[in-house]
Design a protein around this ligand. Structure first.
Ligand SMILES: NC(=O)C1=CN([C@@H]2O[C@H](COP(=O)(O)OP(=O)(O)OC[C@H]3O[C@@H](n4cnc5c(N)ncnc54)[C@H](O)[C@@H]3O)[C@@H](O)[C@H]2O)[C@@H](O)CC1
Ligand SMILES: [K+]
Length: 531
């Protein structure tokens, strides 16, 4: 499990060490981690450090101090280092160490930002160490002009310069993932002590590149994380496996109320997603024409045109491929939610549900649907507002409905009403294809049917009973993302179809579930790139 924290949580964890006079030690550990990441990155590209150039954009706080110390370590490896001081002051000890190591200093104050930006953009490595967790808002004044100019020059340069964000890209809010432009997009973010929430939520994640967590000795003082990401070791432990004497009913039966005469394909894709995600059996309920199509595409599915009450299942999937005019299907969706069983509610079902739900009801909106949901609940957020602050929006929807809310996107966020959030970014942009969401609903439905009652499986991993629904949805998002990536890989990195995602699911499941748990557990996420 990869854990993320707010800036305040990290600063509070640092306090006991700062009180014992270890502030400079912590900073040097962070700086070592950053410098080592730069060296490793160059090595992985077949490049050395001697003679290569580094430019550090430096703020006046501790983030700038990290950057200056890191550059002084890199100078000791033979790199040519330049610092651009954006503030009127800089961390005194770190600046002294930087100058002792032979670094050149430019002061933004009094120098044209354009000239400094041009020099910085010619460097082999740019370290963004202007703002860290102490930032209030984004870059301002000449620092903003400098960073915007560097970003523009690098965007047009063909990607020769490697950009590393120190702790987080300056202008990304550590707590929320909101972005205050301009922000220099990083290839790699090296973050200290624990990941920051803003690196695991869009739009902040768009600017972070790969994220590497460097331990600095504060970890035992950190509280429960507010945002977590399941890694492959978690998937290996949490995905259910059939017992030796399992039968199709004990393995979980999923009822599917999806598709309509207008969108019959959604029913097929939801069923294919569910079948490929290990469920014991799928029962489909819907209009006769759709049921015929489902039977032809998936002979494994038991189809009927009956009611929810007549079907014995462990979980329901409702809503994919349904609109407000499909009254009979919507009534089935409401009945499924009324049954008290776990439900994944997608697309057309979202506007038709009661306002108050339980955490066992997993809603799966995209950003537009989440904005509509929030507006129905009396909030003013539109789609742009949701996109600008995905973490806050998904938490708010979960808090207001009492349901578990999964927001689909490049980063998929799943919020439990307790405020716990899972963030998964396992996929590829090729997953943004018609029908992909129907397959995802199928996967989550299948997992709810198989593992919804297995409280112990999740509590062993420290997941509270009411949060397990969010963990199951996050498992589904991870599996779906990895299957999409694998489908694209088998197409040499090319496009995938929703059906292709479903086809890749069993092999993806097999691969992650046979990973050696113990081996992965030892490779703790703290030193692993998050993506
Ligand atoms: N506290 C510690 O012991 C450690 C902190 N670390 C680093 O320290 C950072 C936090 O340091 P700080 O609390 O000094 O905070 P920052 O380095 O983020 O900067 C805060 C400084 O910038 C100013 N500032 C705030 N918002 C601004 C804005 N929008 N434009 C311009 N200036 C602005 C503030 O007045 C303050 O002087 C972390 O991100 C991390 O990089 C690491 O060295 C590890 C140890
Ligand atoms: K930074």
């Amino acid at each position: 499990m990869i854990s993320a924290y707010t800036g305040t949580q990290v600063r509070q964890a640092e306090e006991p060490l700062l009180a014992s006079g270890l502030g400079d030690v912590l900073m040097q550990r962070a700086a070592h981690g950053l410098a080592n990441a730069v060296i490793r990155e160059r090595r992985s590209r077949g490049l050395g450090t001697y003679g290569a150039s580094v430019s550090v954009l430096t703020g006046k706080g501790n983030n700038g101090g990290d950057g200056l110390y890191a550059a002084s370590f890199l100078a000791a490896r033979g790199m040519r280092t330049t610092a651009v001081l954006t503030g009127d002051t800089a961390h005194p000890q770190a600046l002294a160490a930087f100058e002792r190591a032979g670094g050149r200093v430019h002061r933004l104050d009094g120098t044209a930002p354009a000239a400094l930006a041009a020099e910085a953009a010619r460097a082999d490595v740019v370290i963004d160490a202007v703002l860290g967790t102490g930032a209030k808002g984004g870059l301002r004044g000449s620092a903003a002009v400098l960073v915007a100019a560097v970003a523009e020059l690098l965007a047009g340069s063909g990607g020769q310069t490697f950009v590393v964000a120190c702790d987080l890209p300056s202008g990304v809010d550590a707590d929320t993932g909101e972005v205050f432009e301009p922000v220099l997009p990083a290839d790699l973010t090296v973050t200290f002590g624990g990941a920051k929430n803003g690196l695991l939520a869009d739009p902040g994640a768009d600017y972070a590149g790969r994220v590497l967590v460097v331990p600095i000795g504060i970890e035992e003082h950190l509280p429960q994380p507010s945002v977590s990401r399941l890694d492959e070791a978690d998937l290996a432990r949490l995905l259910p496996h059939p017992a030796r004497r399992a039968h199709k009913y004990s393995r979980g039966v999923l009822g599917v109320v999806a598709g309509s005469v207008d969108y019959p394909g959604a029913a097929v894709l939801a069923c294919r997603g569910a079948l490929a995600a290990g469920v014991g059996m799928v029962r489909y309920l819907g209009p006769p024409q759709v049921a015929d199509l489902v039977r032809q595409a998936c002979p494994e599915v038991v189809c009927s045109t009956g009611s929810v009450a007549d079907n014995r299942v462990q979980a329901w999937l409702v809503g994919s491929g349904m609109g407000p005019e499909h009254h009979e299907q919507l009534q089935r969706a409401r009945d499924a939610v009324g049954s008290g069983l776990p439900v994944v509610a997608d697309a057309g079902a979202l506007p038709a549900l009661p306002e108050t739900l339980g955490p066992h009801v997993v809603l799966t909106p995209h950003t537009g649907e989440l904005a509509s949901l929030l507006q129905r609940l009396g909030r003013s957020e539109d789609r742009d507002a949701v996109e600008a602050g995905t973490l806050a929006a998904v938490r708010r929807a979960s808090e207001l409905t009492g349901g578990t809310v999964l927001l689909k996107g490049a980063t998929t966020l799943v919020a439990a009403p307790s405020g716990d959030v899972f963030s998964q970014a396992d996929g590829t942009p090729w997953l943004a294809t018609a029908g992909s969401g129907d397959v995802l609903a199928g996967v989550i439905g299948a997992l709810l049917a198989q593992a919804g009652n297995d409280v112990g499986r999740f509590s062993k991993e420290g997941v509270e009973p009411d949060v397990r629904w969010a963990a199951i949805a996050a498992l589904g998002a991870a599996l779906h993302g990895k299957a999409g990536r694998s489908a694209s890989d088998s197409n040499a990195g090319g496009p995938v179809t929703a059906g292709g995602i479903a086809d890749s699911l069993p092999q993806t499941w097999g691969k992650v579930s046979t990973l050696s748990n113990s081996g992965l557990r030892k490779r703790n996420s703290h030193t692993q790139p998050l993506r």
